[in-house]
Design a protein around this ligand. Structure first.
Ligand code: C2E
Ligand code: MG
Ligand code: MG
Ligand code: MG
Length: 291
């Protein structure tokens, strides 16, 4: 999949990559093209969601799925969020994008339940710029109402950045979301600035241990210490911890040894289309005796 950084699309076949003169203009034009395209994409269903399971590795069951947005661009092919979410954040399109993702993720989770008897909690990523948006709670209520999804089947993944940007409003918003029954997890935990103070003010359902700590957890004593500390802290605070970016068995084994049961990563499953989920889950579940 093309997860283009800004301007990378123009890089092909060029030996140099400089940020001035014609190249810069081209990059700006490329950005404008993407910005214009994004509005069209939202309205014309060029966006779609893939879902990555979060597993309880002690039982090998799926405890939820994370919705990750993709863009099937008419000319550039499939784009990952790295190439357009930051643009949407800067260009004022992140709100319509988020509304669309919320709606679609809730619709899909409700459909899984209705059509395939899959009862899955679905997580949606929130950019800092939309967290505490004045219409956030309304948009969530509408997405739940329209789909019929119960609020406790929805999770919001927010970053520590979100809590910093809207420090004053954040606690109130979080409390209201919690009262609605919605789960809130801290994404990329440990990479932001406000980690510890945010934990003091609000009870999150889970902390997601950032994949930058997981990738070298087996070989780096620092990363191992950080992962172990986050585990310990989450336990003391009565929150769950989910390790993200688990890619191999050694990482999984280390995490299990520090009592981290909840994991997400390519080792278990790559993000997949909704139609693939049922098969993935049925393969995980050991057949019951007599079946
Ligand atoms: P994130 O929320 O931390 O999501 C995890 C990212 O790590 C996903 O990349 C996922 O595909 C990738 N990943 C999962 N397991 C592994 C693994 O084992 N190894 C490695 N190397 N990577 C793994 P993706 O889909 O490209 O998303 C990147 C980021 O874009 C997300 O990070 C999230 O911050 C943002 N994003 C994705 N969808 C949305 C969305 O709908 N709205 C907003 N605002 N942001 C989104
Ligand atoms: Mg996330
Ligand atoms: Mg994450
Ligand atoms: Mg991350």
């Amino acid at each position: 999949m093309a997860d283009l950084a800004l301007g990378q699309a123009k890089q092909q076949g060029r030996s140099t990559f400089c940020l001035y003169g014609g190249e810069w203009r081209e990059e700006r034009d490329h950005r404008i093209q993407l910005e214009h395209g994004l509005l069209r994409a939202i309205n014309r269903n060029e966006l779609y969601l893939v879902y990555q399971p979060k597993l309880d590795t002690a039982t090998m069951s799926v405890v939820g799925v994370e919705a990750l947005v993709r863009w099937q661009h008419p000319h550039l092919g499939e784009l990952g969020p790295g190439s357009f979410v930051p643009l949407a954040e800067k260009g004022g399109l992140i709100w319509p994008l988020t509304e669309w993702v919320l709606k679609e993720a809730c619709r899909q989770a409700a459909q899984w339940y209705r059509n395939e008897a899959l009862d899955l909690n679905v997580a949606v990523n929130m950019s800092p710029t939309v967290f505490a948006h004045e219409e956030l709670e309304q948009a969530i209520e509408a997405a739940l109402h329209d789909s019929g999804l119960p609020p406790d089947r929805l999770t919001l993944e927010i970053t520590e950045q979100s809590l910093m940007v809207y420090e004053a409003e954040a606690v109130g918003v979080l409390e209201r979301l919690q009262r609605m029954g919605i789960n809130v997890q801290i994404d990329d935990f440990g990479t932001g600035y406000s980690s510890l103070s945010s934990l003091k003010h609000y009870h999150f359902q889970a902390l997601k241990i950032d994949k930058s700590f997981v990738s070298d957890v087996v070989t780096s004593s620092e990363d191992a210490a950080i992962a172990t500390t986050i585990m310990f802290m989450s336990k003391c605070l009565d929150m769950e911890a989910i390790a993200e970016g688990v890619e191999n068995e050694a990482q999984k084994d280390f995490l299990a040894s520090i009592d981290c049961r909840l994991m997400q990563g390519f080792y278990f499953a790559r993000p997949m289309l909704p139609s693939e989920m049922s098969r993935f889950i049925s393969r995980l579940t050991p057949a019951k005796p007599g079946e």
